[in-house]
Design a protein around this ligand. Structure first.
Ligand code: ZN
Length: 319
């Protein structure tokens, strides 16, 4: 019998997180993101010293992280119906359609479909896609049911354990979801398996490591809407180089990338390759990533001196 766990940090401890190696290169050598603990209530986030990937080492189970999103975050005011969230999904729909010659009659699976906002968008006459959602939150799935969208309730791991009931797809979309899973490799492996020959995976994220920052660091690391939450709610942050690397080690080659340097979204469209094929990748110099966060911290501190330091979680909620 497991007692109810009232808050995120308590729940994280209860769920017994384990340390993971770098999800791109597989090594454990890493340094902490400079000043990170001032923003996260003392929780570390690491930079891999071999490939520069920014990731949270200590993570709960995939189901515990999915449950956190389903029950606590979606239940606390976050919704994909927010205008800013709809705007970024609108961009991804248009970018996909433009690069892939339209979406009409294509079967599209949204991994981490949330409330079905993206799928509802691309099934409209403008795009005409056939849509399917995989989503762990029963509440979000009930909303998809109300919209008449086909779905599977569960994590991507559970979806595969049940024999991947959605069948094969032309496009697998992972939009603002791979940051919030336990294993990007496992998620991309599932995407690889669900694609028809000639299919594509679309990954969209707001991470953009090494791109000049457009918001203060406490918005990025501190959980602007959510206050002091477990770091593994958002365990991965990519640059264009490390996202290409993440896709390469999952046997995908990048075909299209958006103009992420002047946009707040990084979106890549990639094709599956034979797993025996070795796809080249480079990653980032971890010292450049360290410097990036040093500068971001210094500028945040200069403009928002009240928002960093020991008082970060309290002040962040007031921003
Ligand atoms: Zn690495």
């Amino acid at each position: 019998m497991v007692a109810p766990i009232p808050t995120g940090l308590t729940r994280m401890q209860h769920a017994d997180p384990k340390d993971f190696p770098c999800d791109i290169c597989g090594t454990t050598d890493a340094v902490e993101v400079p000043h990170v603990r001032e923003y996260t209530g003392g929780q570390p986030i690491h930079i891999c010293t071999r490939c520069g990937f920014v990731y949270v080492k200590a993570r709960r189970s995939a189901a515990a992280i999915a449950d956190e999103w389903s029950e606590r975050i979606y239940g606390s005011g976050y919704t994909a119906l927010l205008p800013a969230v709809r705007a970024r999904l609108t961009f991804v729909a248009a970018f996909m359609a433009e690069q892939l010659g339209g979406l009409r009659s294509k079967r599209v699976c949204d991994i981490g479909a949330g409330e079905g906002v993206f799928l509802d968008m691309i099934r409209q006459p403008e795009y005409g896609a056939e849509v399917y959602g995989i989503e762990p939150s029963p509440r979000n799935c009930a909303r998809m049911a109300g919209l008449g969208i086909a779905y599977f309730t569960g994590t991507i791991e559970e979806y595969e354990e049940r024999g991947a009931p959605g069948g094969l797809f032309d496009i697998a979309v992972i939009a603002w979801t791979m940051e919030n899973c336990q294993s990007p490799r496992a998620m991309l492996a599932a995407a690889h398996r669900m694609l028809k020959p000639g299919g594509h995976v679309v990954v969209a994220t707001g991470s953009r490591i090494l791109v000049p920052f457009k918001k203060p660091l406490h918005y990025y690391l501190g959980g602007r809407y959510l206050g002091n939450r477990p770091a593994d709610d958002h365990a991965f942050r990519w640059s264009a180089q490390t996202l290409q690397a993440q896709l390469a080690v999952a046997h995908f080659t990048v075909q299209h990338a958006n103009r992420y340097i002047d946009h707040d979204t990084l979106c890549m469209i990639a094709s599956p390759r034979d797993p025996r094929e070795k796809i080249p990748w480079t990653g980032d110099d971890y010292r450049a990533v360290q410097h990036f966060f040093e500068r971001w911290h210094a500028e945040t501190n200069a403009y928002y001196p009240e928002s960093v330091g020991d008082a970060a979680p309290r002040v962040v909620q007031a921003v």
